[in-house]
Ligand binder design. Structure first.
Ligand SMILES: [Fe+2]
Ligand SMILES: [Fe+2]
Length: 253
């Protein structure tokens, strides 16, 4: 019980700090470790990780080192889960007449933030005809698939996004490394990015990649936390059920 309460307190502080920083345009998600990885603890986590690694393999095979193009295509997919999850939780809140504890807003904000990543990268890399085709097919498949996953297991759905975001952080770190080494030429930051993240006027693509990577790390932590909260709730329910079962058995004997 105490662990559960402290987890909730810690999580709400994290979310509040994240949103306060965004509001004040202090775009630093207090990350101590960008390479954080959530070790799978149950079958649901393992399924989420395998699914993510499979998609990562496909993305690596298709885009290789074309980071700009990779970002454009993947951000179109990344902006889907928050919107789907937010919509489904909104409908659930209406059906059950229950408060959502602020989850819907966080998820919708995530989707809007991912869309801004796309709006930024579209200024950096123009998608080819094949990529536009992939975007359309991927969106159609991914919306349906993610909706089903979310309906069947909400915690698996959040864990998948948590792992997706881990991979996004890795990809943007690789992109940044290539920019810093000069392998990919740096360029002035797009105006849309300067306005959205309130960056200095002389900012470059490197600065943009850094703030986007911070965003991805924020999404990673929020979604892993959501999945862990749901895990805790499930565990609590099972313990309660077992306790009731034992009490019932004791009364019978
Ligand atoms: Fe993103
Ligand atoms: Fe993200």
């Amino acid at each position: 019980m105490l662990i559960n309460i402290s987890f909730y307190v810690y999580f709400s502080i994290c979310v509040k700090t994240f949103h306060r920083n965004k509001k004040n345009n202090i775009h630093i998600y207090n990350m101590t470790n960008l390479n954080k990885h959530y070790n799978p603890k149950n079958l649901s986590d393992r399924v989420a990780l395998i699914f993510t690694k499979f998609l990562r393999f496909l993305a690596d095979a298709f885009f290789r080192k074309k980071y700009g193009h990779r970002a454009v295509v993947l951000e179109t997919v990344a902006a889907v889960p928050g919107m789907v999850a937010g919509m489904l939780l909104h409908l659930k809140s209406l059906r059950k007449m229950e408060d959502d504890k602020g989850w819907i807003k966080i998820l919708l904000d995530e989707a809007a933030n991912e869309r801004m990543h796309l709006m930024t990268f579209i200024e950096v890399a123009k998608p080819t005809f094949l990529e536009r085709l992939i975007i359309m097919i991927a969106q159609f498949i991914f919306i349906i698939m993610y909706m089903f996953i979310f309906i069947i297991s909400q915690r698996t759905a959040h864990r998948i996004v948590g792992y997706f975001e881990e991979e996004a952080v890795i990809s943007y770190s690789e992109y940044l490394k290539e920019l810093e080494k000069g392998i990919i030429p740096d360029q002035p930051a797009p105006e849309i990015a300067i306005n959205y993240w309130n960056l200095p006027l002389h900012s470059t693509l490197k600065d943009v990649v850094k703030v986007i990577r911070d965003d991805e790390a924020g999404h990673r932590d929020v979604n892993h936390s959501f999945a862990s909260i749901l895990d805790e709730r499930k565990l609590k329910k099972e313990v309660k059920k077992n306790k009731n079962y034992k009490i019932l058995n004791q009364k019978k004997t």
